[in-house]
Design a protein around this ligand. Structure first.
Ligand code: NAD
Length: 282
């Protein structure tokens, strides 16, 4: 898609971080913006700022883990702007801890938002975009965690591996059928967002308190994630990379080189059939 003016983008996880930056960058490119997030006050405020700058934007409070809410989001987007051209399934949450200590409820929460959120986005928007029969692009936010593995973050990494696998399958299906819908997968890493405070949005019924919360492994992971808020990459860099990826029809929109090297080592482990190398990015 080379022309963005007057087109409409739907972005989930739009109240904060990468999603918020995508909305800013897409609006600056002349697009209408449909902003979706579960955190209502922040979402309304973010939308208000974009409208104040003279852009067309609406906020639709949406929990992406609920299929009906995602369908409602699509209906609202069509009702306001007529058609949808870019869909960014970006909302995501994070946790850490030893794989056998993370509670079932916490696994459930991550799967519901990170995996089911993307599934609902695909199941809702692909048929809608196909029916429109015009140029369209879906961007699923995975992570460099989709192509690497690390200790103490297994619950998060497995969800991102799932998003990548689903996105690659979707790419093949749309390509083989000659569809006008294109797909990208965004793989950020170490971005200055509030992902380290993702628990702020965890529903009470998926919350379990206990000893695991105080484990040193979990604490180390959260300390590293919280440090990103000030020391990470500007989310706007990822948002601009996303816009360029859509323009150039690039499937893999990747993060910095040091994470690619870690991914290469993992792929080489698989290729050679050797045991996993612990190779954190340096
Ligand atoms: N920050 C990073 O370094 C990094 C690295 C790799 C991947 N990612 C991915 O980028 C995406 C965006 O995260 P971010 O870093 O901007 O974090 P963020 O916490 O700043 O933004 C995530 C947004 O998702 C929203 N959200 C959470 N649960 C939701 C739900 N059920 N329904 C709708 N919205 C919901 C939050 O309210 C928040 O506004 C996520 O998928 C995350 O996994 C981030």
């Amino acid at each position: 898609m080379r022309d963005f003016k007057g087109k409409t983008a739907v972005v989930t996880g739009a109240a904060s971080g990468i999603g918020r930056a995508m909305c800013d960058v897409f609006a600056d490119a002349g697009m209408n913006i449909v902003m979706a997030d579960v955190e209502a006050p922040l979402l309304e405020a973010a939308c208000g700022e974009i409208v104040e700058r003279g852009h067309e934007a609406i906020a639709v409070v949406t929990d992406v883990s609920d299929a009906e809410q995602v369908e409602r989001l699509a209906a609202k987007a069509q009702e306001r702007f007529g058609a949808v051209h870019v869909v960014c399934n970006n909302a995501g949450v994070f946790t850490g801890g030893l794989t056998w200590e993370v509670p079932v409820k916490e696994y459930d929460w991550l799967l519901k938002v990170n995996v089911w959120g993307v599934i609902h986005g695909i199941r809702t928007f692909v048929p809608l975009l196909a029916k429109q029969d015009c140029e369209a692009h879906i961007v699923n936010t995975a992570s460099m965690a989709a192509v690497t593995t690390m200790p103490y973050v297994g619950a998060y990494h497995m969800t991102k591996h799932a998003v990548l696998a689903l996105s690659e399958s979707l790419y093949h299906e749309l390509t083989l059928s000659g569809s006008k819908i294109k797909v990208s997968v965004l793989c950020p890493e170490e971005v200055a967002t509030r992902i380290g405070a993702a628990e702020r949005n965890r529903p009470a019924e998926l919350t379990e308190h206990g000893d695991y919360e105080a484990s040193p492994e979990r604490a180390a992971v959260f300390d590293a994630m919280k440090a990103l808020e000030d020391g990470g990459l500007d989310p706007r860099v990822l948002a601009e990379r996303t816009l360029a990826g859509i323009r150039d029809d690039r499937f893999y929109i990747l993060s910095e080189d040091k994470w690619r090297e870690t991914a290469n080592i993992r792929l080489e482990d698989v290729r050679q059939g050797r045991n996993p190398t612990f190779a954190p990015p340096v």
